[in-house]
Design a protein around this ligand. Structure first.
Ligand code: SF4
Length: 268
């Protein structure tokens, strides 16, 4: 199959800065994950962000935690809830997110009140029954802005099956972005579907058939409308984690596709 990824563009993936070894944690330490810098960095251009440093909280700093409701928690000092950093962190997200518009994925660290993606502890406040769990405030802002963007917690990527799934979704996002840059058309959408059809047939056969049907009449419809429906269905189908024991395209195969067709340096 011909690789249609745009020449001149790298695959940008956002990441919590401490995962790359940057000493930005509240205690001046980092949470370096070699999987990122020694493996995935060969194929992805990582774009690091530390929301707490970006919001001016400094290093070292007092640790913070989430309090209040899981849906809209506040970020406060662990020992003094009157020190509330919610507004500063929200303002930073508002400034930073537009700069990340061309990311193809994001890797967060777990349990962080800023960067945690799943089950971050939210402490009770003012009689609110708890504890609840929620999402770090920066992770919540990013996923609300781009609900289809592939996101994962770093620790979960140690699982080869999850890693493969994430890499596949990142590649699909890159292919979609490139197609949009070239101009959406029925042939382009059919080519995109052909690229992921094998994976979909194993991972989500019903969704694969539905997406194929959607494209059957693509030539007679507004490509922007069909494209929006197609990419939403594609990303949701790819997100369905293949069950253990089911044969899937191995992570190495997804990476090999990149290696065989290396995307050149970005011009974005
Ligand atoms: S705010 Fe995010 S990137 Fe910064 S130290 Fe905490 S977890 Fe790491």
């Amino acid at each position: 199959m011909t690789d249609n990824r745009d020449a001149g563009s790298r695959i940008k993936v956002g990441v919590s800065a401490c995962l790359l070894g940057e000493p930005v944690r509240y205690d001046g330490q980092h949470k370096h994950l070699p999987l990122l810098t020694q493996d995935l960095a060969r194929y992805f251009d990582f774009v690091p962000t530390c929301p707490e440093v970006g919001a001016g909280l400094g290093v070292p700093r007092r640790p913070v935690r989430l309090v209040g409701s899981a849906a809209a928690p506040r970020v406060v000092d662990v020992d003094d809830a009157s020190r509330d950093y919610t507004t500063r962190l929200a303002a930073y997200a508002t400034r930073r997110l537009p700069e990340l518009h061309d990311l193809c994925g994001y890797i967060f660290i777990r349990d962080s009140p800023s960067c945690g993606l799943f089950d971050v502890k939210v402490y009770p406040d003012n009689g609110d029954p708890g504890p609840h769990s929620g999402r770090g405030v920066f992770a919540a802002a990013l996923t609300a802005r781009w609900p289809l963007l592939p996101v994962e917690e770093a620790g979960r990527l140690e699982d080869p099956q999850r890693r493969e799934n994430f890499v596949t979704r990142v590649l699909a996002t890159k292919d979609w972005q490139d197609l949009c840059r070239r101009g959406l058309c029925a042939d382009g959408l059919i080519g995109l579907h052909a690229r992921y059809q094998d994976t979909l047939m194993v991972q989500a056969p019903q969704a694969c058939a539905a997406l194929g049907q959607l494209l059957a009449t693509a030539g007679h419809q507004d490509p922007r409308e069909v494209g929006a429906r197609y990419v939403a269905g594609l990303m949701q189908a790819l997100q369905q984690q293949a069950t253990r024991g089911v044969q899937t395209v191995p992570t190495a195969a997804a990476i090999a596709r990149l290696a065989a067709n290396p995307p050149p340096i970005t011009s974005a």
